[in-house]
Design a protein around this ligand. Structure first.
Ligand SMILES: [Cu+2]
Length: 469
């Protein structure tokens, strides 16, 4: 009897250890990287349904080239990015180059072009020579099923080189990590819906179920670890590529030195205790380990308004600090001295956009998205002041393609200038003011602005803008 009890205890301890190992035994793996050569980066991206295994469970995913974390596209200003998108899904898809200052026309970042099942779309995106360095990402942008495709895994990182021109030389030697935050549901938790369309007929397809639990992953891994030495500084680039989820990041026992957001390096480094990341946003951080030990990078519990969603606290990555100490680098005060404060410029026009909700529908200025209308027409060279009003009881996040904007006021309070964004969160019953520089020649054409909670975008919270000469 004693032998049996001893065996049971051994088995319980063994399985408990395994459990711990399962969630925290592998190092964080950076995404595979593709570098441009002689000014050209050419890549084929073929989305298709497949599955991945995480902690012994099966997760259905829609993946580019069979990979839940597809390649990071590493570009240099002046490069040409050529993408061959081969649609292996049973629904329409396309690609958007989120945050990039590139043309919305022709076969560039044109979200009005669509690939039917089996079709190939060829993109040629010219990255301007004066393009800013930083973090960007690619994802589908077909109206009506962006949420479905992104939530099932279709997204990848883009990095435009140039950070090290802005930091002291010693920072070039630092280890850097790229982290794609993707939440995924097990196959049994996904909804199966009947979809019917003229081109694809009647079929059953998977859809994310907001009522069911989600597994938070970083680069497709559950709570991997990052090794760091005491005093060591690392560069962390974090991408919230969730369709709908907000993150509020905190690293136990440490401040996060934020050097940039949304593909722009800040004027001044900001030391932060926590950082809110709306869906679609990216941050770049300097992390300096203070002492030996294990420190969790967590997303804190949050609720996106009384009509919004609830997200519990989760551990994303564990930072394991051990080994010999290194002399800590001095964290710089300034990063970017090439930014324009648009408050010093002449404002050429003002507009107001009000975000509202009805049962199952989302509106901007009482209208739902219509791809054939032009809701806003702007002359090239304008710098406009846009007032965004959230007249609902949940959070929304404003995003516009092809340009970054400057947040100048939130509920009447002036915001100190530190750079620009391509996504900004708007709290319920709140009003924000943005300066929108439609000043670069490449912007000419038709593109969109919308809420980057993709379930809201898909249900109408998006409009078309045209920049004309
Ligand atoms: Cu929204």
């Amino acid at each position: 009897m004693r032998k049996i009890i001893a065996l049971i205890i051994t088995l319980v301890i063994f399985s408990a250890c395994n459990q711990k190992n399962e969630t925290n035994s592998e190092p964080l793996k950076n995404p595979e990287k593709i570098l441009s050569k002689n000014g050209l980066l050419e890549v084929t991206l073929a989305p298709k349904e497949g599955s991945i295994q995480l902690a012994g469970k099966t997760y259905t995913a829609w993946m580019y080239n069979g990979s839940y974390i597809p390649p990071l596209l590493h570009l240099i200003p002046g490069d040409t990015l050529r993408v061959h998108l081969i649609n292996g899904l049973n629904m329409q898809t396309n690609l958007h180059y989120h945050g990039m200052d590139v043309s919305p026309a022709g076969n560039s970042d044109n979200i009005f072009r669509i690939a039917d099942p089996g079709d190939t779309l060829n993109y040629e995106v010219i990255v301007p020579k004066n393009h800013g360095a930083g973090t960007f990402w690619y994802h589908p942008h077909t109206c009506g099923n962006s949420e479905q495709q992104v939530s099932l895994g279709m997204s990848g990182a883009i990095l435009v080189e140039g950070l090290f021109d802005k930091l002291p030389p010693a920072f070039k030697q630092l280890k850097d990590y790229t982290m794609l935050l993707k939440d995924i549901q097990s196959t049994e938790d996904l909804k199966k819906i009947i979809s019917c369309s003229a081109s694809e007929g009647v079929q059953e397809v998977f859809k994310f179920d907001s009522e069911k639990p989600r597994q938070c992953t970083v680069n497709g891994q559950i709570n991997p670890f990052i090794h760091i030495q005491p005093g060591e500084t690392q560069i962390w680039r974090i991408f919230n590529v969730s369709a709908n989820m907000y993150y509020n990041l905190q690293l136990e026992g440490h401040q996060l030195y934020q050097i940039g957001v949304d593909g722009v390096y800040y004027k001044m480094v900001k030391a932060r205790d926590s950082i809110l990341m709306p869906p679609g946003s990216r941050i770049e951080l300097l992390v300096q380990a203070k002492k030996t030990g294990e420190f969790k990078l967590k997303t804190l519990a949050l609720r996106t308004g009384s009509d919004g969603d609830e997200y519990p606290e989760k551990t994303l990555v564990t930072m394991v600090c051990k080994g010999p100490s290194v002399q800590p680098l001095a964290i710089p005060l300034k990063v970017n001295d090439k930014l324009i404060d648009y408050r010093t410029k002449t404002i050429t026009g003002k507009r107001t956009f009000t975000f509202t909700e009805g049962p199952g529908a989302f509106y901007i200025n009482d209208r739902k998205f219509n791809r054939d209308s032009i809701d806003t027409k702007v002359k090239l060279g304008s710098i406009e002041e846009w007032t965004i009003v959230n007249a609902s009881d949940e959070w929304h996040c404003f995003h516009i393609h092809q340009l970054n904007f400057q947040v100048v006021e939130i509920d009447g309070k002036q915001i100190e200038f530190n750079g620009t964004n391509d996504i900004v969160n708007i709290l319920p019953r709140s009003t924000i003011k943005l300066l929108m520089p439609f000043t670069e020649e490449y912007m000419v054409g038709k593109f969109v602005y919308h809420c980057h909670i993709l379930s809201h975008e898909d249900k109408g919270m998006m409009q078309v803008i045209e920049v004309v000469k």
